[in-house]
Structure formats: structure tokens, C-alpha cells
Write a protein that binds this ligand. Structure first.
Ligand code: SAM
Length: 315
């Protein structure tokens, strides 16, 4: 029989898309649809028409795991986006200001791109790269529904982008959420048939293979170092939905020693207490999540910040 590894029931998280609706408006609409606040029940045990606002990220709302949103008017009109809590951390932590120029390096299907867009209030510019044409098509559809108007989707490999291209001259912020093993993704197996569970298990085993992880880590390191080469970039946020140190702390440690311009930012999301595994000095500056305790997928986020002053070319 299939052994269900990490079968954690996660609540359903939705992010209020502030380009379309306010948190107050969405809560009012849910209330009209018969939902009520439940702040007591264990997140995994929530059921029925209940919700709860998140205590870390104000535009996030928690709903029961089995909530049916398929015909929810707020989802259909782009007021809300289904997005796991941890997956909201990178854009929230990067926090690009209005009118800035941003790259989302591995962007599809675009959940973090539309989050960046909302944080920027549809101002400035986001270049959204993805190598996979079909997934980039999904990004266009999703960011269109979310009414983002400051995104330019570009099909191609981020690694092939010329960092000295005039178009990217003003890029100061980069969000890098590259392909990873996905070993932090848990839960939702409760809806699968036994035979499907077994095949998910097989895939998970394959995902965990050492050679695959090493190849992913190699790409992840290259991508971060490439991001750091854009002449005016100030902040690079790196994230994975992996629980393996090889794709997380080890990647960060490699990048810190491979270049001299960037270091880990201080004071990142201080209210979040689960930090990096203590594998190197400064690991407490990065963030981890733990599905069972944090009610979200297993995730990792690091924020790199340029140390050296950029020379203002106008002087
Ligand atoms: N950030 C996305 C979101 O929040 O919706 C999820 C990104 S997913 C984890 C990783 C993406 O990286 C995939 O869509 C994959 O096609 C893309 N990718 C992989 N290698 C790439 C490369 N060299 N350049 C650009 N995109 C790449």
C-alpha cells in the first residue's frame, strides 16, 4: 500500500488582489456569501463557510482546505488569487517601490508576478521571463485576469539575457523563483485515489534523487549569480519550494563566497521566527517554513542586497 509521506492537510490560502479589490471589500463579500470569521479552530481542521485573516501578511485570507471556489465571483473577477501563504513571501520581502523596474526571472504561471504588480500599484515595469512557452501563456492569462498592466512577458532563458542590454538598464529588483525539486509541496493528497497516491510517491522519490538535486542546485546558483550581474540591481530575492539544504542554504552559501558585491540583507521579515538551518554564519537571515507548524507549503527565501555603493554615472 502507498505510504503517504508528509500527508499534511493545508488550509486554502487566497491573496486579495489589491489592484482590483481591498481586503475590507473581499471580507464584506465573503460575509455576504455566508462566511464568518473562525479564529479558533486548528487550520487543518477548518471546515464550512469560515475564514480568517492572516497574522503575517494582511492581504492573505485562510479558508478551509476543502473550500469550493470554482464559481466564486471574487475569483472570477480577479479580486482574489489562490496562492499559498509561503509563496507570497518573496514579493512581500522584495517589496519593490512604485515606479521601479523589476525582473521576475522564472515567472510562470505568474502568481508572484501579479503580487509584485499589486505591490507596485501597476506602476513601473516588470519584465517576466520564462523558458516554457505554454506556461508563459498561462502567465499572460492570469496576469490579465488580475488586471496587471505593468508586466512585459518575455519567452526565453533568463540565463541568456544580456545584463548590459539597454532595456534592463534600470532594473534594481529581481525576483528569482527557479525550478526546484518541489520537495516542500505537501498535502492535498487526500483528494487522490490510492493508485495516484502511489505515483505521486514515485515522483517524489525521483525528485529526491541526488543527481537531479545537484543539477537543480547548479542552475539555481548560476541564476542567482547572473541576476547579480545586472549593473544597477540592488536586491535579489531567491526562493524555492524545496526542503533540501542543497537547494537552499548550500546555494546561498555558495553564492556568498562566489562574489563580493552582495550579502544577505539584515532584518528580513523579523516577525517570522523559523529561520535557515544553522549551516553557516548568517543563516538566521534566511527564512524557512514547515508545513505542519506553519500551515503552508515547505518553502525557503533569501534576500541578497548589494553592499558596494553604485557609482552614479551622472556625476
Ligand atoms: N514564480 C512562479 C510563480 O510564482 O507562479 C513559479 C515559477 S516555477 C517554480 C519555475 C519556472 O522557471 C518554470 O515555469 C520554468 O519553466 C521556469 N524556468 C526554468 N528554467 C528557466 C530559465 N533558464 N529561464 C527562465 N525560466 C526558467
Amino acid at each position: 500500500p502507498a505510504r503517504i509521506r508528509d500527508a499534511v492537510v493545508l488550509p486554502r490560502w487566497i491573496r486579495v488582489n489589491t489592484l482590483v479589490a481591498s481586503v475590507e471589500k473581499v471580507i464584506e463579500m465573503f460575509t455576504k456569501l455566508g462566511y464568518r470569521v473562525d479564529s479558533e479552530t486548528e487550520p487543518s481542521q477548518l471546515s464550512g463557510k469560515v475564514f480568517r485573516q492572516d497574522k503575517h501578511i494582511p492581504e492573505l485570507v485562510m479558508l478551509p482546505s476543502n473550500v469550493d471556489l470554482h464559481d466564486n465571483p471574487l475569483l472570477l473577477d480577479g479580486s482574489i488569487i489562490i496562492q499559498d501563504k509561503a509563496s507570497c513571501f518573496p514579493a512581500y520581502i522584495l517589496n519593490p517601490p512604485k515606479d521601479s523596474t523589476v525582473i521576475d526571472a522564472c515567472a510562470a504561471p505568474g502568481n508572484k508576478t501579479s503580487h509584485l504588480s499589486a505591490i507596485m500599484g501597476n506602476t513601473g515595469k516588470i519584465f517576466a521571463f520564462d523558458m516554457d512557452k505554454r506556461r508563459l501563456g498561462t502567465l499572460k492569462k492570469m496576469t490579465g485576469r488580475a488586471r496587471c498592466t505593468n508586466i512585459e512577458p518575455i519567452h526565453g532563458s533568463f540565463l541568456d539575457i544580456d545584463v548590459n542590454d539597454e532595456r534592463y538598464r534600470n532594473v534594481e529588483y529581481i525576483l528569482l523563483d527557479p525550478s526546484c525539486s518541489g520537495s516542500g509541496i505537501v498535502g492535498r493528497m487526500d483528494h487522490l485515489l490510492d493508485q495516484d497516491k502511489e505515483s505521486v510517491e514515485d515522483e517524489a522519490d525521483q525528485a529526491a534523487s541526488e543527481t537531479r538535486i545537484a543539477a537543480l542546485a547548479d542552475f539555481q546558483k548560476k541564476a542567482i549569480l547572473h541576476a547579480m550581474k545586472f549593473p544597477h540591481v540592488k536586491k535579489v530575492v531567491y526562493s524555492t519550494c524545496s526542503k533540501h539544504r542543497q537547494e537552499n542554504e548550500d546555494v546561498v552559501q555558495h553564492v556568498l563566497t562566489a562574489q563580493e558585491d552582495f550579502s544577505l540583507a539584515d532584518g528580513v521579515f523579523p516577525q517570522w521566527t523559523r529561520r535557515g538551518l544553522p549551516l553557516f554564519s548568517g543563516a538566521e537571515k534566511v527564512i524557512r517554513t514547515e508545513p505542519k507548524e506553519d500551515s503552508c507549503i515547505g518553502f525557503f527565501v533569501a534576500l541578497f542586497e548589494r553592499q558596494t555603493e553604485l557609482i552614479n554615472e551622472n556625476h
